[in-house]
Design a protein around this ligand. Structure first.
Ligand code: ATP
Length: 202
């Protein structure tokens, strides 16, 4: 079966930049964040279950999920958070597996920000961690979408530490430097994964 590389890293570490660089080489990228949104699109069984649970006020006027309302509910009550995770995690997982199976490049990249936190190692053959200093994380996440320093710090506190992530890494991209350096490192890893995929196919 297909070689699947799991890509992960903390907020602002450069996962998107790295996956865009692999995509330019023709590699299929499967994005857990995109899938997590798609499974609650209008008309999905998961959205239906959410409306049953929390009532129609959880929807926006156009019928789509009011994400910030749902976020507030589960943030304030861990039983609701568990309920939602139990609903969505299997669906998201199934869809990631399906897309990885259908990927038609020599290998594929499965980008899962919370790979380590959610213990999803069995979905991937190989773990690639994008690593930067916490300072770089704060700077880049802050300048990108204007989240407050406080919000960014809260997210960082809820994510795995660099050490935990690195402990599970088969490969690491150190992304504290220039984008051009990271592009070179991606090319190196691309060659490695092509040959890994080839040897598996034998
Ligand atoms: P998140 O998990 O918060 O979505 P991410 O891990 O996907 O973040 P990116 O969006 O790729 O991170 O990068 C964060 C910001 O830092 C972006 O604006 C990106 O262009 C910039 N960036 C990424 N790598 C570098 C680099 N090596 N040098 C300078 N800027 C960079």
């Amino acid at each position: 079966s297909n070689l699947v590389i799991g890509l992960t890293g903390g907020i602002g570490s450069g996962k998107t930049f790295v996956s865009d660089t692999f995509a330019k080489k023709g590699i299929v990228i499967i994005d857990a964040d995109v899938i997590a949104r798609e499974v609650v699109d209008i008309g999905t069984p998961a959205l239906h279950a959410i409306v049953e649970k929390f009532g129609p006020d959880i929807l926006q006027d156009n019928g789509s999920l009011n994400r910030s309302a749902l976020r507030q509910i589960v943030f304030s009550d861990s039983a609701y958070k568990r309920w939602l995770d139990t609903l969505l995690h299997p669906v998201i997982r199934q869809e990631m597996v399906k897309q990885a199976r259908e990927a038609n490049s020599t290998y594929s990249i499965l980008s899962i920000p919370l790979l380590v936190e959610n213990n999803l190692f069995e979905l991937v053959d190989h773990v690639l961690v994008v690593d930067v200093s916490e300072n770089t994380q704060r700077l880049r996440a802050g300048s990108r979408d204007g989240q407050s320093a406080h919000q960014i710090q809260q997210i960082m506190n809820n994510q795995a530490s660099r050490e935990e992530r690195l402990h599970h890494a088969d490969d690491v991209i150190i992304n504290d430097g220039e984008k051009a350096d990271t592009e070179k490192r991606v090319e190196e890893l691309h060659q490695k994964y092509l040959s890994l995929a080839k040897n598996r196919a034998k």
